[in-house]
Design a protein around this ligand. Structure first.
Ligand SMILES: [Zn+2]
Length: 206
C-alpha cells in the first residue's frame, strides 16, 4: 500500500512526507506527542472516515464518536511506540497491549478484483484493525529502521523499508535539499575566490 501524505510547513508551503508506513502516516494525523492541538487532523468522526476512505477505499459505515476516540487511543499507542524505537528506548508495555488489542480485531479482508461478486465494503473498525496490524508488522522488524530525520532541526520519524536501510531524510525535497544547499555553501566558503588562470569568471560567486 502506498504511504505518505501532504504536510503544510511553517510558511504555509505544501510538501509530501512519506513516513514509509501506513501506521506512521496515521500517527502523523495528530501532533505526534508534541502537545500541539493545532496539528490535529481528526477533529470529527467525518475527518476520520475521510482519512480512512482515502487509504482503504469506500467504507460500509460512517465513523461514530466512540470510534474516533478509539482511533485516537490506537494512534497514541502507535505514536508512543514509534517514538520509543526512534529514540532507542524500550516501548511502554501498556502501549503494546493497546496496540495488540486493536490488532486482534478483524481487519480488511484482501480481495482480488475482476470477480463476479463485488467485495463487501469494510467497516471503520476493520480499517483501524488494518492500521494496527501494519503497526505490529513494522514494529516487529529491525527497530533501527525506525529513525528520525538526519536534519538537526527536524524530528520527523519514518520507517525505512528500503533494502540498503540508507534513508536519511524525512524528504529529499524538504530536509535533503536543505542539507545539500548547506554542504554546497560550506564547500564554496572554503574555495579560494580567485579566478583560475584562463577560465571565464562564473556569473555569480556562491
Ligand atoms: Zn526532515
Amino acid at each position: 500500500m502506498r504511504s505518505g501524505q501532504w504536510f503544510i510547513d511553517g510558511i504555509g508551503a505544501r510538501w509530501y512526507f512519506d513516513s514509509g508506513a501506513l501506521c506512521l502516516d496515521f500517527a502523523y494525523t495528530g501532533d505526534f506527542g508534541y502537545d500541539n492541538p493545532a496539528w490535529e487532523r481528526l477533529r470529527t468522526p467525518a475527518d476520520l472516515k475521510a482519512w480512512l476512505v482515502e487509504r482503504h477505499g469506500p467504507l460500509s459505515t460512517d465513523a461514530e464518536a466512540d470510534e474516533l476516540s478509539g482511533a485516537k487511543e490506537l494512534r497514541s499507542a502507535i505514536t508512543r511506540i514509534a517514538r520509543a524505537h526512534a529514540d532507542g528506548a524500550a516501548p511502554d508495555p501498556e502501549q503494546i497491549d493497546v496496540l495488540n488489542s486493536w490488532a486482534a480485531r478483524p481487519d480488511i479482508a484482501p480481495a482480488l478484483g475482476g470477480g463476479t461478486v463485488t467485495p463487501v465494503q469494510a467497516s471503520t473498525a476493520q480499517a483501524l484493525a488494518t492500521i494496527a496490524r501494519d503497526a505490529v508488522d513494522v514494529f516487529s522488524r529491525d527497530s533501527d529502521r525506525i529513525r528520525r530525520c538526519a536534519s538537526q532541526d527536524c524530528d520527523l520519524v519514518f520507517f525505512d523499508g528500503s533494502r540498503p536501510n540508507s534513508r536519511r531524510w524525512c524528504s529529499m525535497q524538504h530536509c535533503g535539499n536543505r542539507a545539500k544547499v548547506r554542504a554546497h555553501r560550506q564547500r564554496a566558503a572554503v574555495r579560494p575566490k580567485v579566478r583560475p588562470e584562463g577560465l571565464e569568471p562564473p556569473t555569480t560567486w556562491v
